[in-house]
Design a protein around this ligand. Structure first.
Ligand code: SD4
Length: 332
């Protein structure tokens, strides 16, 4: 028996309307994209080109992450990222669709667009995560070009660091800058909902500067740095990834939303979980969560001040919001 939805789809297809992307206010209606940090504005605009033309959330977040990987030049994302302790620039990225499809790459070297390799892992392999040499080999097989990415500036910063070689993940400096300010940047996490109501997310990062060679952060770990479920919503994280992995944090945020919390409440409760688990460490580590539910409601929370995120939909293309934070509001 044909159910009502199948019937409507069949009718629409017969009328030839489903096959055509509908551009304009109608198709943009519920579409929205949100991203971590001030440079999220630029990433959102790249994603919005896709969403506003009736494209999918998945294509949109890939486009946004690609923008950050190649166009934005900063020490924590993509080609301008700082290297690890051994001077190697290694990149982590993930992508996830709200129907559960996901892919990621970790510790990938010499490839400009890790997020697109992550998408190929999702679409072309039976696996979810590829790492290191295997990820690079797969990328090359898929037609991605191998290229040296370490910039002279990043190499210089690494040589400076080598003079003391003290590695201590720390809280991020408070963000005072505006979009485009080159001193303000961090890992990109993006979440989008498209006109059909489908959700998707992506993360891309060079991880923590001066990390041990081989270190994998939260961004390519599905459920830690990124989680998306069309039934509920999506969440992404930035900050010291080890805390996100310990707490399965992005999954936790989505599950809290499933239990009825708003995106902001879910992010706050997940931050509280991080603090409860490691109260002392939480005083100096930064952890930030950003969430988008399936209705398009956005929320964020951070351990410490300074986390900003960008929101883009048909009514605003470059909005930057400050997140609430546990320690600055004295609610720890
Ligand atoms: C990582 N979460 O690799 C990333 C880094 C980051 O703000 O987001 N820094 O741990």
């Amino acid at each position: 028996m044909t159910d009502r939805r199948q019937f409507l789809q069949a009718g629409a297809l017969a009328a030839g309307v489903m096959a055509l992307p509908r551009v304009g206010a109608q198709v943009q209606g519920r579409a929205k994209v949100v991203s971590t940090w001030d440079f999220g504005v630029g990433a959102n605009q790249a994603a919005w080109k896709v969403l506003s033309a009736g494209g999918t959330a998945l294509d949109a977040v890939e486009a946004g992450a690609r923008w950050a990987e190649s166009e934005l030049c900063n020490p924590t994302v993509g080609r301008c990222g700082n290297p690890d302790r051994d001077g190697v620039l290694s990149l982590d990225a993930s992508i996830m669709a709200g129907d559960g499809r996901c892919g990621s790459v970790a510790a990938l070297t010499d490839i400009l667009h890790p997020v697109s390799v992550a998408r190929r892992v999702m679409e072309q392999t039976p696996h979810v995560i590829l790492v290191g040499q295997g990820a690079q080999q797969f990328a090359v097989q898929q037609g991605f070009e191998r290229q040296k990415l370490l910039t002279p500036e990043a190499e210089k910063a690494w040589r400076e660091w080598l003079k003391t070689a003290q590695y201590a993940p720390q809280i991020n400096a408070e963000r005072r800058g505006r979009p485009g300010d080159s001193s303000n940047h961090d890992t990109l996490g993006m979440l989008a909902i498209d006109a059909s109501g489908a959700l998707a997310g992506a993360c891309t990062t060079s991880g923590m500067a001066w990390k041990l060679h081989g270190r994998v952060g939260d961004s390519p770990i599905i459920g830690a740095g990124l989680y998306v479920d069309n039934e509920v919503g999506a969440a992404t994280a930035s900050g010291v990834g080890e805390e996100m992995i310990r707490n399965a944090a992005a999954f936790l945020v989505v599950e809290l939303m499933r239990q009825g919390r708003s995106p902001a409440q879910a992010c706050r409760e997940a931050i509280a979980r991080v603090v409860r688990k490691r109260p002392e460490a939480s005083k100096t580590l930064q952890v930030c969560f950003l969430a988008l539910d399936r209705h398009g409601e956005v929320g964020a929370y951070a351990l410490h001040r300074g986390f900003v995120y960008a929101v883009c939909d048909k009514d605003r293309q470059d909005e930057l919001r400050d997140s609430a934070s546990v320690y600055s509001s004295g609610q720890a």
